[in-house]
Write a protein that binds this ligand. Sequence first.
Ligand code: KG4
Ligand code: ZN
Length: 347
Amino acid sequence: MRKKLKKGLVLALETSADDTCASVVDGQRVLSNVVSSQTEIHKEWGGIVPNLAKRAHMERIGPVVEMALKRAKTSMEEIETVAVSLGPGLGIALAAGVNKAKEIARTYNKRIIGVNHVEGHLWSLALQNRAGNPVRTLEFPLLVLTASGGHTKIVLIEEFGKYQIIGETLDDAAGEALDKAAKMLGLGYPGGPVIERLALEGDEKYLEMPQPLNINKVLNFSFSGLKTSFYYKVRGMEKEEVDKHLRDLAASYQKAVFDHLERKFKLAIIKLEPKMVGATGGVLANLTLRKRLRKMAKVTGREILFPAKKIYNTDNAAMIGLVGGWKAARGEFDEIDSLDIKPNWEV
Ligand code: KG4
Ligand code: ZN
């Protein structure tokens, strides 16, 4: 007898940077979330090496998909839709995921949906565990700060599919700014988590850092000035002095990056008066930043939402699956043959 299809199961793939990810979701419920990190490959280079990322994605995506199905206790037959991240991201890395998704869709006769990676990050706020927790009623307009290694944006969500960019970075992303500073200090890649750890024991007043775009009506971000200022300060120090003050340097720089994020997000909240606020993306895995934003949101009379699990902040395929499932419910499918990467896709 044929088994009844589990309604609406989505298999999602995500390979936009250096994590090879696959997930099975049922609406907002995450049945499996597999992330194969390439940190070990890239860390000695101080950043992502595109060709190495491509090769690792191609080698790993098959086993990662298998594992996602297995952990979700399902099989390809029960999958209704394949969702895949098309961009923004690194072209040759994205292609590994998109090619695999197309191959699966053709082989198993599934429908396919391309998803915007940043839209995925936004909706990681709505991801739930297998049992459907946490239960959150999202209210709109919902104003979200999303910051990672590839983007930094303040987005007003009016409803699913309707987004307004309120502010965005004019140069580097916040995570990129942290990664570059870590590289200057010889701390390896990715820099955000290392800087977070060191900063906990450092003096954040050690260095005086500039305040970028310090004009209240500007809601955009700029991190390149911070990076340059930090570069010259570190270059002017003796090696022993840098080593001795590593924690203080990390704390001062992190504070400058977070001051900038917080200041612009607060201005946006005051200006737009959203019903709810949230924050997502790799940089939001940082507990110091979360604490600061929680306090700031409270001052504006609001609670702030973060993704329910720390791993939903950094790249994952569950967020791509959630958006794919919601698009599928609206009938927004793509053609397998014409589906292609969009490395510069705006949300
Ligand atoms: O979302 P994500 O995994 O990938 C992109 O879409 O870029 O974000 C990765 C970025 C990196 O720049 C990394 O340094 C930063 O997020 N990151 C952090 C932390 N964990 C990851 N930044 C600050 N504190 C952290 N704990
Ligand atoms: Zn990302």
